[in-house]
Design a protein around this ligand. Structure first.
Ligand SMILES: Cc1ncc(COP(=O)(O)O)c(C=O)c1O
Length: 387
C-alpha cells in the first residue's frame, strides 16, 4: 500500500534548504524585499505575466489580503463557489461580509456562471472563483460578468498553477490572484502562498496589511502609503525564507514536476477508464494543460446502492483514495459564520458532487511504482462493483 508521508518534503527540498542555509543560494534579510524573496517574486510575476507578486505566509493570508485590498467589510457581500476549500471565502466572512454561495457545474465542480449573475446585488463588492482540482474556469466569461457589474474578480489559483485554458495561463488575468504554496501543493515550501496583481494601489494595501516596516517603506508606490509603513495595518503575512527557498527550487523544476504529476494521473485514469459508470476528471477541448491538483472521480448517475458499495470498497485502499471530496460543501461547514453565509438556491450540483464522488491523493511527491500498485489495488476493489 502507498505510504502517505506526513510532511511531503522530498530529497530535492532538503537540498534547496541546505543550499539556502549554506549560502550557495541567495539569502535575504527577513524584513525587506531581497534575496530569494525578491528573486522568486519576480519569477512568479514574470511566469504569470503580472506586474506584482507578493509572497505570503499562506494561501489563506493571500486570500485575506485580496479581500482587504478590494475593501471587503461589514455591509458588503462576496459572491463565491459553494465547493472549494473553506479559506477561499472565510477571510471575507472574518472581515464582516456576507458570503453568497453559488452552485457548481457537474463536470468540473467549477462555479456556475448563471448562479453568479443571480447572486450579485447592490452590496456585492467582489466575485471569487477557484479552479477546482486544477481545471481552469472560463476566465473570459467571468471577467465579462465582473466588468459588466463593475466588480473586481479574485481568483483562488491554489489548485491550478500552470494550467492553461484557451491559451490563458491561470492566474494571468483576474484582478487579484491568491495561491497556496503550502501542504501538498506542487510548489509547496511546507507553508506559503502568494498574491498577484497589476494595480499598485492593491499592492500598497497588501503590503501595509502584512508586510509593514522596511518592505512597505521601500515598495509602497504612494508617498501616503509609505508614511504609514512603520506599522501599517499591523499583521505579519511574510513567507518564511526557507519555505520560499524550497518552493522556488520546485518552481524552477516545474516542467519535470508537471510531467511527473501528469504521468501519475494517467496511470490512475488508465486503470479506471473501463468503468463506464464513473466520470473521470475532464480535460475539456479548450484546456491544453490541466493541472490536476487532486483527482476527483464521480458516479455519472447518482445511485445510493453504488455509493454504499464504493464506500466499503474504498475503505480498503488506505489513504490513497477516500470516498467524498477533499472539501465538504461550504454551505454546511462554515458554522461559526452561519449568520453571514447565504446559499443561492439548492446547490444541487455541489451536493451531488459531494455525495457521489471519491478523491485520490494529490500525488505530488509519491513514487511512480507506488502509484502503479495503488492504482492496481483501486482497480481490484472497484472491479467487482462495476464489471
Ligand atoms: C483551493 C484552496 N484555497 C486556499 C487554500 C489555502 O491555502 P493555505 O493552506 O496555504 O492557507 C487551499 C489549501 O489547501 C486550497 O486548496
Amino acid at each position: 500500500m502507498m505510504q502517505t508521508k506526513t510532511d511531503h518534503f522530498t530529497d530535492e527540498d532538503t537540498e534547496a534548504a541546505i543550499a539556502y542555509l549554506s549560502g550557495t543560494a541567495p539569502r535575504n534579510s527577513i524584513f525587506d524585499r531581497s534575496g530569494v524573496v525578491e528573486i522568486y517574486e519576480n519569477e512568479l510575476a514574470a511566469f504569470h505575466g503580472r506586474k506584482i507578486c507578493i509572497l505570503m505566509s499562506s494561501g489563506t493570508a493571500a486570500l485575506y489580503s485580496a479581500f482587504f485590498c478590494v475593501g471587503i467589510r461589514s455591509g458588503t457581500n462576496v459572491v463565491g463557489p459553494a465547493l472549494t476549500f473553506m479559506t477561499t471565502v472565510t477571510p471575507a466572512a472574518l472581515l464582516g461580509a456576507e458570503v453568497r454561495l453559488v452552485d457548481c457545474e457537474a463536470e468540473t465542480c467549477n462555479i456556475s456562471h448563471a448562479g453568479i449573475e443571480e447572486a450579485i446585488d447592490a452590496n456585492t463588492r467582489a466575485i471569487i472563483f477557484t479552479n477546482m482540482f486544477g481545471h481552469p474556469c472560463n476566465v473570459a466569461v467571468l471577467r465579462e460578468i465582473a466588468s459588466r457589474h463593475g466588480l473586481p474578480l479574485i481568483e483562488d489559483n491554489s489548485l491550478a498553477i500552470g494550467a492553461v485554458r484557451d491559451g490563458y495561463l491561470t492566474g494571468s488575468s483576474a484582478d487579484l490572484v491568491a495561491f497556496s504554496l503550502g501542504s501538498t501543493k506542487l510548489f509547496s515550501g511546507g507553508q506559503g502562498g502568494g498574491l498577484l496583481c497589476d494595480d499598485p494601489d492593491y499592492a500598497d494595501r497588501a503590503l501595509l496589511l502584512g508586510h509593514f516596516g522596511q518592505r512597505a517603506q521601500i515598495q509602497c508606490s504612494k508617498v501616503a502609503s509609505r508614511s504609514h509603513a512603520y506599522c501599517g495595518y499591523g499583521l505579519n503575512f511574510r513567507m518564511h525564507v526557507l519555505a520560499a527557498a524550497i518552493s522556488r527550487a520546485r518552481f524552477a523544476d516545474r516542467e519535470r514536476l508537471f510531467a511527473a504529476r501528469r504521468k501519475r494521473y494517467e496511470i490512475v485514469a488508465e486503470r479506471l477508464k473501463e468503468f463506464d459508470a464513473l466520470r473521470l476528471p475532464v480535460e475539456t477541448e479548450e484546456v491544453t494543460r490541466g493541472a490536476w491538483q487532486g483527482y476527483v472521480v464521480s458516479l455519472r448517475e447518482p445511485s445510493i446502492t453504488l455509493r454504499t458499495q464504493m464506500i466499503a470498497a474504498l475503505s480498503k485502499c488506505g489513504p490513497f483514495a477516500k470516498f467524498g471530496l477533499y472539501y465538504p460543501s461550504l454551505a454546511r461547514s462554515l458554522s461559526l459564520y452561519k449568520n453571514q453565509v447565504q446559499s443561492m438556491g439548492k446547490l444541487s450540483g455541489a451536493n451531488q458532487a459531494e455525495r457521489f464522488s471519491f478523491s485520490i491523493s494529490p500525488m505530488t511527491v509519491e513514487k511512480i511504482e507506488d502509484v502503479e500498485s495503488a492504482a492496481d489495488q483501486l482497480y481490484d476493489v472497484l472491479a467487482p462493483i462495476f464489471q
